[in-house]
Design a protein around this ligand. Structure first.
Ligand SMILES: CC(C)(COP(=O)(O)OP(=O)(O)OC[C@H]1O[C@@H](n2cnc3c(N)ncnc32)[C@H](O)[C@@H]1OP(=O)(O)O)[C@@H](O)C(=O)NCCC(=O)NCCS
Length: 147
């Protein structure tokens, strides 16, 4: 397994992971089917930002997981998002490895806090992050407005 910071060549595979993540979320949230081209454009735009990084895990040159990291300006914290492992490679420690590589990258930049958001009905997400050392620090409450 190879973990690396993504380059432009990885954009299509990252976008596919992102579509997979959106479909996973859509099971509960509904909404439109995400478009691969739209995702590719967003990944490309993000990649151009100096404080944004995509990390990818590859096996035999095939992408099996991806995650996005945004460094906050002027601080010592970063945000982790869009973490996704393809279904065939789940529960094999891939995200654990990817997250470790991200932490090493952040350590070199003296970042001391990494946060993420997860929705409570995301069973895999809720099971993964506490295992990797994340603790809940904020509760966001939402009310559906019915007119
Ligand atoms: C969440 C997700 C990224 C985890 O990726 P993964 O590569 O399977 O995770 P790992 O194999 O590294 O798991 C690390 C630990 O998390 C826990 N874990 C992960 N998935 C779990 C599950 N389905 N049930 C229970 N525990 C789980 C386990 O403790 C695991 O360690 P172990 O297998 O040694 O017991 C993956 O399930 C996924 O892509 N899900 C769909 C998208 C998503 O929900 N992303 C997160 C958004 S917040």
């Amino acid at each position: 397994m190879k973990i690396e910071v993504a380059t432009k060549q990885d954009i299509p595979s990252i976008a596919e992971c992102w579509v997979g993540l959106r479909l996973h979320q859509r099971e509960r949230q509904g909404g439109q089917r995400p478009s691969l081209r739209g995702m590719m454009r967003q990944v490309e735009r993000n990649m151009e930002k100096p404080h944004c990084f995509y990390f990818v895990a590859k096996e035999l040159d095939q992408m099996v997981a991806a995650a996005f990291v945004r460094l906050r300006s002027g601080g010592r914290s970063a945000h982790l998002a869009r973490a996704y492992t393809v279904p065939s490679h789940r529960r094999k420690g891939v995200m654990r490895m990817l997250e470790q590589a991200i932490i090493e990258f952040l350590r070199q930049r003296r970042i001391t806090t990494l946060d993420l958001t997860v929705v409570p009905y995301n069973r895999e997400g809720m099971a993964t992050w506490p295992t990797l050392g994340y603790k809940p620090t904020k509760i966001v409450m939402t009310k559906e407005l019915v007119y």
